[in-house]
Design a protein around this ligand. Structure first.
Ligand code: FAD
Ligand code: NAP
Length: 538
């Protein structure tokens, strides 16, 4: 691409950020406050990213809000009041808007602007971005904050477009109120989005039929209002808590342990699992060091959850259908629920097992499964996302020698640290594949990436350099490291979206870095301290 190819009016910036979720918002704030000229471009009509799009009933965070929130500004975290342990989507979106207003960020944001092309202009080492609304933007640096879970995926099912009732996808939920009262509703999919929405839809619908291909492990959130006293305790110790989260393996603040499950008697193991179950959410996964690395250890936790499911579900046959058996415990993101399993005790809820036969077709009235015709007023697809790579490969991104990113990633994503890609100078990805991202409290991962990228841009500015590019050798070494550490765990055994298994034809590569947030942070800091080791600077 040459600068002269452009027939559009083009605005020039130091940096362009694509995406107005938590990543893009923080990147904009930080770069602007350090004197960079910057614009943020967003496909949606407003900021929020995940929390703008995922408005389905029951949507809320799975990490406690006191830590699933920004830590970069103490006054912000002291001022903001979360009403519940795990905030609902409307409250998180309200928080996003508060941050945008508080730091006066909207004036640098352009909405309804979907970037379709991003081409590196070799003549002056800049990026030229073209949007669907025929606007163009030029910048020295291009930062993709396009999200790991931002491309909703409809499944491949015969005649999927023929249904005459209402069709929803959890990841692109309408802004108007959806009312299922007196309706027969189907939910397809039992990942985190399904597990959160099913109890809520069941309470409203006349009848809910849940189509489950794979049961998932879910732990209770033990959701409750955040009391004034709890809030006070959090806030008094906020800086320590944040520091602990930053230097933990998960970015969260649950108790970490140095002990293997085999250090304990069977009775002690059960007591510890029970204690962790009582704490809720991801605490269970952190009960012992070897739950996701040792098959025997894993089976102990899996069996513990199976027994919990059996206690929560009245019908023993339904309970067995809900017990996950085809993947190890914790190797898909653990779901965090409120009354999920109990929902199957309701008279107006039916569970259909699709593990042996897929839906054969969608019909005008509903769907056909296993030679049974079902009729519905509405179908909800809780079928997930083209995760981690989808938002980037959808864009025509071209680096040096006109190389396309989609081509480079045809056999799976490669990057240096999940931050930078060889052959794509001055381009950064926030929580890109090859970084801990989706395995962590993503707020911590996001802040770490933004801080690192902004420090890097400041370093270039101070040293009068204008181009940075990952070397092919550093990239290749990192990709091998990501793969090697994944192979020390049970994660690659699961047909999860972490390995692209949910998208037919997507190469099977374990995409996130499973070595932990703390280790990863040290590696990134070390790279910067060593003069950006593995990068070429000009
Ligand atoms: P996003 O929030 O996904 O924002 C990306 C933005 O980029 C979107 O607004 C999108 O429209 C825009 N965009 C993409 N492509 C383009 C383009 N070509 N042009 C212009 N704009 C574009 N993580 C946790 O740690 N804890 C949780 O509790 C949690 N809950 C979640 C619940 C749901 C329902 C989902 C789907 C994810 C959840 N996650 C959670 C992960 C969540 O995605 C991250 O925590 C975080 O919100 C990601 O922020 P982001 O800014 O990186 O990406
Ligand atoms: P998901 O985990 O990918 O789950 C998708 C579900 O749809 C799975 O049960 C899947 O079954 C099913 N499915 C997909 N295609 C199907 C088909 N053709 N036929 C039948 N079933 C099909 O997606 P998600 O639930 O949206 O969650 C994605 C991620 O977003 C989560 O892992 C989490 O990181 C994040 N999230 C977090 C929360 C939260 O608690 N805060 C809420 C929602 C999302 P298979 O398993 O058999 O493929």
């Amino acid at each position: 691409m040459h600068a002269s190819d452009s027939s559009y009016t083009t605005s020039h910036y130091d940096a362009i950020i694509v995406g107005a979720g938590f990543s893009g918002i923080y990147a904009l704030h930080k770069l602007r406050s350090l004197g960079f000229s910057v614009a943020l471009l967003e496909a949606a009509s407003a900021p929020g990213g995940t929390w703008f799009w995922n408005r389905y009933p029951g949507a809320r965070c799975d990490i406690q809000s006191m830590v699933y929130s920004y830590s970069f500004d103490d006054k912000l975290q002291q001022d903001w009041h979360w009403s519940e342990r795990y905030a609902r989507q409307p409250e998180i979106l309200k928080y996003v808007n508060h941050v945008v207003n508080r730091f006066d960020l909207e004036r640098n944001m352009q909405f309804n602007t979907r970037i379709e092309r991003a081409h590196f202009v070799e003549e002056d080492s800049s990026w030229l971005l073209t949007a669907d609304n025929a606007t163009q933007y030029r910048a020295r640096f291009c930062i993709f904050a396009t999200g790991c879970l931002s491309v909703p995926r409809m499944p491949v099912i015969n005649r999927i477009d023929t249904f005459s009732g209402d069709v929803y996808h959890t990841g692109a939920w309408p802004h108007d109120t959806v009312d299922f009262t007196d309706q027969k509703v189907a939910v397809i999919g039992t990942g985190s989005s399904g597990i959160q929405s099913i109890p809520m839809i069941a309470k409203q619908a006349k009848h809910l039929t849940v189509f489950q291909r794979t049961p998932n492990f879910s732990t209770p959130a033990w959701q409750s209002p955040l009391t004034a006293n709890e809030e006070k305790q959090w806030k008094e110790d906020y800086s320590n808590i944040r520091e602990m989260a930053r230097h933990s393996e998960s970015g969260d603040i649950y108790e970490e342990t140095p002990h293997s499950v085999f250090n304990y008697s069977a009775q002690e193991q059960q007591a510890e699992l029970e204690r962790r179950w009582g704490q809720g959410a991801f605490n269970l996964q952190a009960a012992f060091t070897d739950l996701v690395t040792d098959e025997k250890a894993n089976k102990i936790a899996a069996e513990f959850v199976h027994n919990k499911i059996r206690q929560r579900v009245d019908d023993p046959e339904i309970a067995e259908l809900l017990c996950p058996r085809n993947h190890p415990f914790g190797t898909k993101r653990l779901c965090v629920d409120t009354d999920y399993y109990e929902t199957f005790n309701r008279d107006n809820v039916t569970l259909i097992d699709m593990s042996k036969a897929p839906i054969s077709s969608i019909t005008a009235q509903g769907l056909n499964h296993n030679n049974v015709e079902y009729q519905f007023d509405a179908i909800v697809f809780a079928t997930g996302f083209d995760a981690m790579t989808g938002a980037l490969t959808k864009i025509d991104i071209r680096g040096t020698d006109d190389q396309s990113l989609a081509d480079k990633w045809a056999s799976g994503p490669v990057s240096y640290l999940g931050l930078s890609i060889s052959g794509f100078p001055n381009l950064f990805t926030i929580t890109g594949p090859g970084s801990p991202s989706v395995l962590t409290n993503m707020m911590v991962a996001i802040e770490q990436h933004v801080d690192w990228i902004v420090d890097c841009l400041c370093h270039l500015r101070e040293s009068n350099k204008s181009v940075i590019e990952a070397s092919p050798e550093a990239e290749s070494t990192w990709v091998k490291q990501v793969e090697a550490v994944a192979q020390t765990t049970l994660y690659p055994q699961a047909n999860s979206w972490y390995v692209g298994a949910n998208i037919p034809g997507k190469p099977r590569v374990f995409m996130p870095y499973v070595g932990g947030m703390a280790t990863y942070r040290d590696i990134c800091d070390d790279v910067a301290d060593m003069g950006y080791r593995g990068f070429n600077l000009n």
